[in-house]
Design a protein around this ligand. Structure first.
Ligand code: DC
Length: 224
């Protein structure tokens, strides 16, 4: 049976997923959820717990730190969900260049993904949910009725990332950001657990030459 209340949007970094998923949720009266933010929040929490993410990471150490972590959400006045770790809002801190640099390594760990999977599935009980990530249509909700795979050329994605504040280091150029994005894509698509991949039944959208509204309209009209 297909899950009619879940809209899954997957795709690589800076493909416009979050802006588009947020707008689709607004248009349909649903709740927008970024699963990338969860991996970022875990990465930040590990860093705060003094785990050295630059060397080999011991999964047992990660497990024992995760025992101290509780992820939750609060709704703001616009109905938007804000992610909290142990009751503290982390939405801006998780966009730092340091977190961005380490998150792919953390997201590739099987125990980290296992820790999140049920938490992500439980969110479907909130109602109409627009969830974006890398494995929503393949692993988290393979039965979702509506699935989209969004991408754009590396250069377009680099320009978009540079336009977002906070994530890039001062002095970054389109070429340097495009290289970082390509490296992250490679790691996300080649990892053993839940690699970034289009679900067979997902609609593929290349947004390189499209405006945000054109993409949102395409998604909303194919749902309706
Ligand atoms: O979407 P984002 O850039 O905020 O994602 C941050 C990282 O988390 C990115 O390296 C990929 C990873 N991620 C993942 O592995 N699976 C998801 N469902 C979402 C994000």
């Amino acid at each position: 049976m297909s899950l009619r209340n879940v809209i899954a949007i997957d795709g690589p970094a800076a493909s416009g997923k979050s802006t588009i998923a947020q707008k689709v949720a607004d248009r349909l009266g649903g709740i927008y959820i970024s699963t990338g933010n969860m991996y970022r929040a875990i990465t930040l929490f590990l860093m705060k717990n003094k785990l050295n993410l630059d060397s080999d990471i011991d999964p047992d150490q990660v497990n024992s730190i995760l025992k101290k972590l509780s992820l939750s959400y609060t709704k703001d006045s616009n109905g938007k969900l804000n992610l909290m770790t142990n009751g503290k809002a982390v939405d801006s801190e998780i966009r730092s260049p340091d977190v961005a640099r380490h998150v792919s390594k953390i997201a590739a760990m099987a125990n980290v993904r296992a820790w999140l999977i049920e938490k992500q599935r439980e969110l479907a009980s909130l109602g109409l949910v627009v969830m974006e990530g890398r494995d929503i249509g393949t692993i988290i909700f393979p039965d979702a009725k509506y699935k989209f795979f969004l991408t754009a050329s590396p250069e377009v994605r680099a320009r978009r990332r540079l336009a977002q504040t906070g994530e890039t280091i001062e002095g970054s150029t389109v070429a340097s950001v495009a290289r970082e994005i390509a490296a992250r894509d490679e790691m996300d698509s080649k990892r053993k657990v839940a690699p970034l991949k289009k679900a067979d039944d997902a609609i593929f959208i290349d947004s390189s030459e499209m405006t945000i509204d054109e993409v949102v309209n395409q998604i909303v009209s194919s749902i309706k």
